[in-house]
Design a protein around this ligand. Sequence first.
Ligand code: ADP
Ligand code: MG
Length: 702
Amino acid sequence: MQNNLLETPIEYLKGVGPQRGELLRKELGIHKYGDLINLFPNRYIDRTRYYKVNELVPSNSEVQIVGKIIHVKTVEFGKGKKRLSSTFIDDTGEIEIVWFQGIKWIRESLKINVPYVIFGKTNHFNGQYSMPHPEMELLEDHKASLRSAMQPVYPSTEKLANKGISNKVINKIMQQLFVETHALFVETLPGYLLEELQFIPKNAALFNIHFPKSQELLAKAQYRLKFEELFFIQLQLISKNLIRKHKIKGHAFENVGYYFNEFYNNHLPFDLTNAQKKVLKEIRNDLGNPAQMNRLLQGDVGSGKTIVALMSMLLAIDNGFQACIMAPTEILANQHFNGISELAEPLGINIKLLTGSTKTADRRIIHEELENGTLHIIVGTHALLEDKVQFKNLGLAIIDEQHRFGVEQRSKLWKKNDIPPHVLVMTATPIPRTLAMSLYGDLDISVIDELPPGRKPIQTVHRYDSNRLKVWKFIRDEIEKGRQIYIVYPLIQESETLDYKDLMDGYEGISRDFPLPKYSVSMVHGKMKPAEKDAEMKRFSEGKTNIMVATTVIEVGVNVPNASVMIIESAERFGLSQLHQLRGRVGRGAEQSYCILMTGHKLSSDSKTRLETMCKTNDGFEIAEVDLKLRGPGDIMGTQQSGVLNLQIADLVKDKDILQMARHYAIKLLKEDPSMTKPEHQKLREVFIELGKKKNIWNYIS
Ligand code: ADP
Ligand code: MG
């Protein structure tokens, strides 16, 4: 049957053979017929139009002309250099066709006075058009060929091109594939879905993706194949999630007990926002089930994730379990420790901090208390992952700033107990919905999409370096009002030395412009010792200094509510998500806060878009969407390992709507037929299983 035919090794295809087969395998990963059929073109050249010679205009685009060669000659030019020149005519005029390579072979194979279709770019010189090295085909063959008006351009590599596997060759073997398989391919999507979504059948889709009959059919083919690709990925991700819920045991936190209730009823420092309540409910639901929770909690900076984390941990403690919270840096771990200790103070639970700088004696106590279960909550850095750290019964692991930890690190936490703890991953880096669906499709996602009340949106402006005096005046006024200021310099690896010079020059300039004793300026950067850094940070957070000059070391999580101005120097050198993170350092108190983006006058158009976006919105999700558009998914954190970039035809940015639709239908299908055993899902199931063996999209999460 057709299926088996698609398993045929590619070298058996007529026109391929062992040598080309080897190249196709190595260069494009095409091992068998079925791989070739799924090699989709990158783009199409429109060959719907035939030009007449007298219609040619000087331009850079490719044209095709029907005509014949009436004369061929070899012309010598320079020392020993030759070119082959022919006169090509139609009924409106003539052009010259030239070849510089393969002259002998071409000269022998050219047919005089026989109609050809030629295709290529033209040059224009002295009123005469010429076309070097055109693609040519006898008109007769052209008419008979399967090739359609929209000519596909396939992905290629330099090696393939050098070894003579041109686009034309790929085209030829693709035709051969359709001949050998009689262009019959088994439908993979259930009939009711085709009908409901008005998809063209698989056969027609594959045919038109390779040999589009028209723009319209091409569009239909692309639509269906994109859906199909995304649909199968979503099926994998979602079914994995379902399986985990059924199979991976978790601790059921059945009680909402003393600690949670006591805190909720008597010690909440503020009313929870609706978003916080909603998210807590989602988490509580998960925790109450005897299946492991794997939830991603997204919330912009300042949206109030800490209290959600604490209350989730209280549920663990109420059920006799321990909880941990892991942060990527010492500064952040410290802050979590302080914040959580403060909130939980009246509850009298045992909370400790474990980082690289925890003293050996304290460490020993912590290890002991974790093992005998008297330590309820441990906050820390990756120091928590050391083998020596053993829990009596870890029930909930919270991981902050997810993208800084790899998979292995996360699963290390799990392995500390037989039944894995529930996992809550918190991130302040909003991930566009579409990306989240693909990257974390097998995680459940909660979003805090509302800021606590009373926050004034940060006002953001873009100023040129030439306006610095005015900016400095503004700073003086703010300091006058008792506010504090951040001034951040870029620090980018490649030019580290230069960057430090910028930072130091900046610091000197600022110290001069804001002199003692009236002002005092702090500085923090990555080359300082942790103790020095902490001391400076402390001076600033205690209000002893007015200005903090820093590199991006302050990017993550630092909390100084009295700081109300963030100045970002050379803002054009920062990425959008980084700008947004930096801006999140202000706007934490009751005062109106400001973010000033300083740049020179020379700006690229992407830089301008970034700056405009920052000035226009404070919404992290909106910013993440723009970021995704500007940079593409490849540069967004976490995508590299995930394989979502190995999509054959769909594009996570452009095909957002299709992705959403694919996810919707995948969820629906699995709800109705979780094991895909209904007869109408038989083929679907086969493909699903086949894909499951091959793709490693979910390796990233585990
Ligand atoms: P995140 O970790 O999400 O960036 P935090 O948990 O640090 O945010 O909260 C930011 C600030 O907002 C903290 O000072 C916190 O006390 C305060 N906060 C959190 N939730 C609320 C709320 N519902 N109402 C008022 N203030 C809140
Ligand atoms: Mg936080």
